[in-house]
Write a protein that binds this ligand. Structure first.
Ligand SMILES: *Cc1c(COP(=O)(O)O)cnc(C)c1O
Length: 407
């Protein structure tokens, strides 16, 4: 291989990587394979995981697997083209129809990925001269979409509707877009959707909600956070653009947007990641149609999930006072145990790993500095014994204290 000239900017890469090491911010991947329920193998070792977004355990559900297999036999594996050319299979069209019905919104579009949906939908809605108002804890894909749009971006403090109102009132922009996670992905708390919508009505703004972590979990029959707020069906507002991913509770992959006929038709015409990306394969669309049926009939799964959430929160309560750890308020599957220091959070993750439990430590820049945490993701696939094992392990590690953790 040719060597780099000593003055090349690429010579800085080893230094930059070393800086990540020094701050304990270098991330590594582990190879995983499913076993059963929440049990997996990680780098060949059996582990009990608390880090999947497969909140209902549907990724391994036999009905979804069968639907995907049958669709592969009928449609093949790849879709072969953009939905605007040849990739819009009868399966994808049927899924969009089912999604709109399930969400009780007029129309839906199915994208190949959630990240690409957000990164591209926002620039299709607003541009230079327009105003975006974005919650400080929004997901990276929303942030990227805001930046790509070239609209002016104003971040309001997390969940602070008074601050948002002040920004909206002062904005000279004719076109205003308020963007928020519906369930915040690192804290697990829920946005005040009626409050956000009321402000959007007052200031003639459009509200875009990312319900990646709410679809399948929240609302009647898991119809999501907008349904939980009573803002679907006859109460749907043309001012709301609902977005969700199909890669989490729905157990497959892809993103969706749903809303009024006009809004969705506009996005169909103008969203670059819809037009210029190959359509999601029909086998995923068919798996997702099956998934929607399982979700709608899934009250028992959701009850099981809620029981695990309550079990964890109750179990961790006695630990908080003596450790200084903070368990953020959340009734969603995302349970954030804030440790604070990057090294301490990593040491705790390592202590759990040695006990066969996999809980990811989430560090800056994914979360604000000084709030490194364990992000415990619960699933209907967890048993009561699984959650008890996690609580016991955290208790044992807390008893050892920070010195022992750091060894
Ligand atoms: C995961 C996630 C996305 C991206 O979705 P993918 O389907 O993983 O591409 C977007 N928004 C939020 C809030 C997410 O958590």
């Amino acid at each position: 291989m040719n060597t780099l000239s000593p003055t090349s900017w690429l010579q800085a890469l080893p230094r930059q990587l070393a800086a990540l090491d020094a701050q304990q911010l270098r991330r590594t991947r582990r190879t995983v394979a499913p076993q059963q329920g929440a049990h997996i193998t990680v780098n060949g070792q059996p582990m009990l995981q608390f880090c999947s977004n497969d909140y209902l355990g549907l990724a391994l559900h036999p009905t979804l697997i069968e639907a995907a297999r049958d669709a592969a036999l009928q449609f093949g594996v790849g879709s072969g083209g953009s939905p605007m050319v040849s990739g819009h299979s009868t399966a994808n069209a049927a899924l969009e129809h089912d999604l709109a019905q399930f969400l009780q919104l007029p129309r839906a579009l199915y994208f190949y990925a959630g990240f690409a949906t957000n990164a591209s939908v926002i620039p299709a809605l607003v541009g230079a001269g327009d105003g975006i108002f974005s919650d400080a804890l929004n997901h990276a894909s929303l942030i990227d979409g805001c930046r790509l749009s070239r609209a002016s971006i104003q971040r309001y403090p997390h969940g602070d509707l008074a601050a948002l109102e002040a920004l909206l009132a002062a904005s000279p922009c004719a076109r205003k877009l308020v963007v928020s996670d519906a369930v915040f992905s690192m804290d697990g708390d829920v946005a005040d959707i009626p409050g956000l919508l009321a402000l959007c009505e007052r200031y003639d703004a459009l509200l875009m909600l990312d319900d990646a972590h709410g679809l399948g979990i929240r609302g009647p029959q898991g119809r999501g956070s907008l349904a939980a707020a009573g803002l679907t069906g006859a109460h749907a507002s043309p001012r709301v653009l609902y977005m969700a991913t199909l890669s989490k509770a729905a157990g497959a992959a892809g993103g969706l947007v749903a809303g009024s006929e006009d809004l969705i038709e506009w996005l169909l015409q103008t969203t670059r990641s819809y037009t210029f990306a190959t359509a999601a394969p029909a086998l995923l669309a068919r798996a997702l149609q099956a998934s929607l049926r399982v979700i709608a009939d899934g009250d028992a799964l959701r009850a099981q999930l809620q029981a695990r959430i309550q079990q964890l929160r109750t179990g961790l309560q006695p630990l908080l006072a003596r450790t200084g750890w903070r368990l953020l308020p959340s009734d969603t599957p995302i349970q954030a145990l804030v440790i604070g220091d990057n090294g301490a959070a990593l040491a705790l993750m390592e202590g759990l790993r040695q006990r066969g439990l996999w809980v990811p430590a989430i560090r800056p820049p994914t979360v604000p500095a000084g709030t490194a945490r364990l992000r415990i993701a619960l699933s209907a696939a967890h048993t009561a014994a699984d959650v008890a094992a996690l609580v016991d392990a955290l208790q044992a590690l807390a008893d050892q204290g920070p010195a022992a953790e750091a060894q």
